[in-house]
Design a binder for this molecule. Structure first.
Ligand SMILES: Cc1cc2nc3c(=O)[nH]c(=O)nc-3n(C[C@H](O)[C@H](O)[C@H](O)COP(=O)(O)OP(=O)(O)OC[C@H]3O[C@@H](n4cnc5c(N)ncnc54)[C@H](O)[C@@H]3O)c2cc1C
Length: 263
């Protein structure tokens, strides 16, 4: 089975408080913030690597990101993926989910024939949960999201997809696109040997000219979704320093608790 996995590098959540939003250009300034693989994409990688171990074939990682994200992609190769495609071009800046999926689909088509495309259900940062289904549409493949179970005999995949109030079991002919949740598996850890091997694996870089995405849906101009108004919420909390003797402080705290309705 040849499997494509879409992996999005996202800011490490430990540093979310350092991300700034430019209120004029309405873009994020993530400079200096360490990047990690979006959490559900590790589950997508685990699903693909496990299927490859069972049925043979290869796992290729696809990432649309600036060239500085190479180290994050090496983590995906370190987990056990066989090759990587970094899709990077200034023309892609400002792409919304439709443009992102158009570009990823064009890169997957260009890289060869894949039996299965696996994505995270939603990313840690944008979290729109749109790219997976859009990829299915661009590639003309059946697609299922919210996947909590995945099995395959090599020619079809059987999945359970969570729905409101229950779940549905599907059997899908290949090729197909699936978006996985964290229930689907437990991702393996990356060890030092994995990272050393990752550096020897094929690492391809695609520009816009290499993949020929639909030119009407690329970058800011080709993105029908535009950010509306952006405002910074007031994050300050009301606080007061209570001073006095221990008895006075204790009485004041009890009075404030009563005032707050705690009895
Ligand atoms: C008008 C507009 C302008 C924007 N400008 C910028 C900008 O300048 N810079 C910027 O960084 N972002 C920008 N964004 C955000 C960008 O559109 C999203 O990062 C991207 O479209 C993916 O959306 P998501 O994270 O919500 O995907 P989701 O649908 O939540 O992601 C689901 C899965 O799709 C796959 N996936 C998603 N994105 C990628 C990717 N890039 N590479 C590989 N796999 C992926 C992953 O497997 C992921 O788990 C902009 C958005 C809009 C609407």
């Amino acid at each position: 089975m040849n499997i494509a996995v879409c992996v999005k590098p996202v800011p490490d959540s430990k540093y979310y408080d350092q991300i700034k939003i430019d209120l004029v250009t309405k873009t994020w300034d993530r400079s200096g913030i360490p990047t990690v693989i979006s959490d559900l994409d590790k589950h997508a990688l685990e699903a693909a690597i496990s299927l490859k171990e069972k049925h043979g074939g290869k796992v290729a990682v696809f990432t649309m990101a600036p060239p500085t994200m190479k180290d994050t992609i090496l983590q995906a190769l370190g987990m056990g993926a066989d090759e990587a495609y970094l899709i990077s071009d200034r023309a892609f800046a400002g792409s919304d989910t439709l443009a992102t999926s158009n570009i990823l689909a064009a890169a997957i088509r260009k890289a060869g024939d894949f039996d299965l495309v696996v994505t995270g259900n939603e990313s840690d940062d944008g979290s729109t949960a749109q790219v997976s289904a859009q990829l299915g549409e661009w590639l003309g493949m059946p697609h299922v999201m919210n996947v909590t179970r995945l099995e395959s005999d090599g020619s079809i995949i059987a999945v359970t997809a969570k729905q409101d109030g229950g779940s549905i079991d599907y059997e899908i002919g290949l090729p197909a696109v699936i978006g996985v949740t964290r229930k689907v598996n437990k991702p393996r850890l990356v060890n030092i040997m994995g990272i050393l091997k990752a550096k020897q694996k094929p690492f391809n870089v695609f520009s816009a000219n290499d993949i020929e995405p639909d030119p009407n849906f690329v970058g800011l101009k080709g993105s029908p979704t535009q950010p509306g108004g952006i405002a910074s919420p007031e994050m300050g909390r009301k606080s007061e320093l209570i001073e006095g003797t221990p008895e006075e402080i204790a009485k004041r705290i009890v009075d404030e608790l009563y005032k707050a309705g705690i009895k």
